[in-house]
Design a protein around this ligand. Structure first.
Ligand code: SF4
Ligand code: SF4
Length: 491
């Protein structure tokens, strides 16, 4: 089916240019024009706001139709499909990445990266290989599976405010995910998922999931929150600030770890944190090091002794306190004494201020003393580096199992009972309990640039199942399609 531009309807808005994966569209005199790299993938038809692009019924002259996903690209000689995986090489479609056969210790016999797919799932997987490991006959079955149930969970080790839980995350104004609940010292995003992938902006969702999983830098914006520049393995950039430290613990934990150090330096310490703000003298750890309540009350909601809930915001410790003076709500002069020193700092120790109590219960900021600086540096020295990490999440409990064996349910059962090992691009997975095969994998352990996407839209993951030959036979494996690993490596 060739793509046709209705020049009457085309307004030259350029929306299709940005979305075309093959950069096949240009604007000439404010009208869309298609190049030979167009594969009739249909993205432009689906995104054009003026319905100016449509498919006709003719096979594109000279093109080869790909059947490796439902998109059915028509690819001319020398060009590649919309997913960038298949190339028309002299009239034959070939996978344009070599199969990655390097084996990690204890991993699959080969990876699925570069393997191609078993879609439409009524044929065996592209590679079913056998080898002998420690005198046991082992099978690995590999396929690059399009997964509409897929996404990435992005972990940002930072104390900086990114936005409220549940807030939408956008890229180029389109919703691609949301802010999840925090995980200890980290902010979490969920990007992708079946509903967004099948929604009206599914193409940018798929592209974002794959770019993050492949370690590319992506800029997103949280509604009523921050702009985030994210690259797996690198420091997060939040509203243009490169964050460097992950908090050592919440404010209460920081008091617990450093109570004796802080006591030597000040009469009181308020450790600001978006979760729990700690107050040294009132905290049980303060009592353990011989302190009693100083009369200072921090500006936060009291939880239990020495522990207060902070309000999230763009201020110190990820709270809404932007001026450290505001962290001190009151000083009870029936208990406190003039000249007392109060340290206000964060759970990363990156910002710190010292205050002295005046006779009337007011406070004035004074320079940090050497001892106070040393105590804060002790907190800093115990913080890990701020970084971005991600796990790819997917569900491969559906039709792709048919490429593995004729009894799909037995594939699932073998994975769940540990008789078949599921890996993604050579990396170990965590398989979620319950039905189906829902997995998570650390993208940094996967073969580099292993993820792709197809414009159904869905992301494509390299999936490997490894088990004994005996088990493979038992679950109805495609025995006639087994090849020796050595033969595949040499082919
Ligand atoms: S059909 Fe696909 S490849 Fe062709 S111009 Fe449209 S978006 Fe680009
Ligand atoms: S997008 Fe689908 S049809 Fe197009 S080349 Fe890739 S696998 Fe083939």
């Amino acid at each position: 089916m060739a793509i046709v531009v209705d020049l009457e309807l085309c307004k030259g808005c350029g929306v299709c240019l940005k979305e075309c994966p093959n950069k096949a569209i240009s604007l000439e005199e404010k009208k869309a024009r298609l190049a030979d790299s167009c594969t009739s993938c249909g993205i432009c038809v689906r995104v054009c706001p003026f319905k100016a692009m449509h498919k006709n019924l003719d096979l594109k002259t000279g093109a080869v139709k790909c059947t490796s996903c439902p998109v059915q690209c028509e690819v001319l000689n020398g060009f590649i499909g919309a997913c960038q995986r298949y190339r028309n090489d002299g009239g034959k479609l070939v996978r344009n990445r070599r199969l990655v056969t390097d084996k990690s210790e204890g991993g699959p016999l080969i990876t699925a990266v570069g393997a191609g797919t078993s879609y439409p799932c009524c044929r065996p997987a592209p590679h079913i290989v056998q080898d002998t490991i420690d005198d046991v006959e082992v099978i690995t079955v590999v396929t690059e599976a399009p997964l509409s149930y897929s996404g990435v969970k992005v972990k940002i080790d930072t104390n900086l405010f990114i936005g409220n839980e549940g807030a939408k995350v956008r890229r180029n104004g389109k919703i691609i995910g949301m802010v999840d609940t925090e995980e200890y010292g980290s902010k979490m995003l969920t990007i992708g998922g079946a509903n967004l992938l099948t929604g009206k902006d599914g193409f940018i969702v798929a592209r974002t999931v794959v770019e993050i999983a492949n370690g590319e830098r992506v800029t997103v914006k949280v509604d009523d929150g921050s702009e985030l520049e994210l690259e797996v393995g690198a420091r997060p950039i939040i509203n243009g600030i490169i964050d460097t430290k992950m908090r050592v613990g919440c404010g209460s934990a920081t008091i617990g770890m450093f109570a004796s150090v802080l006591k030597e330096a000040v009469d009181e310490a308020i450790i600001l944190d978006h979760h729990v703000v700690g107050l040294l003298s009132e905290h049980l750890a303060g009592e353990f090091v011989g302190m009693s309540w100083s009369g200072v009350t921090p500006k936060a909601r009291r939880s239990t002794r020495g522990r207060y809930f902070g309000e999230p915001g763009p201020g110190w410790g990820g709270t809404d306190i932007e001026n450290p003076r505001d962290a001190i709500q009151s000083v009870d002069m029936l208990i406190a004494k003039a000249g007392m020193k109060i340290l206000v700092t964060e759970t990363t120790g990156q910002k710190a201020a010292l205050f002295e109590v005046e006779k009337d219960g007011g406070v004035i900021e004074i320079p940090l003393t050497k001892r106070v600086r040393q105590s804060v540096n002790t907190i800093v020295a115990n913080c890990e580096e701020a970084r971005v990490s991600a796990v790819y999440t997917g569900g491969t409990g559906g039709s792709a199992r048919a490429g593995v064996a004729v009894n799909p349910l037995q594939v699932t059962q073998a994975v769940h009972c540990g008789e078949a090992k599921l890996t993604i691009g050579g990396a170990e997975t965590f398989v979620l309990p319950g039905g189906g095969i829902n997995f998570m994998v650390d993208v940094e352990k996967v073969v580099p640039k292993a993820f792709t996407w197809v414009p159904t839209p869905a992301t494509v993951a390299p999936v490997e199942y490894t088990m004994t030959l005996e088990k493979y036979k038992e679950i109805g494996g495609h025995m006639d399609y087994i090849r020796m690993r050595e033969d595949i490596k040499n082919s």
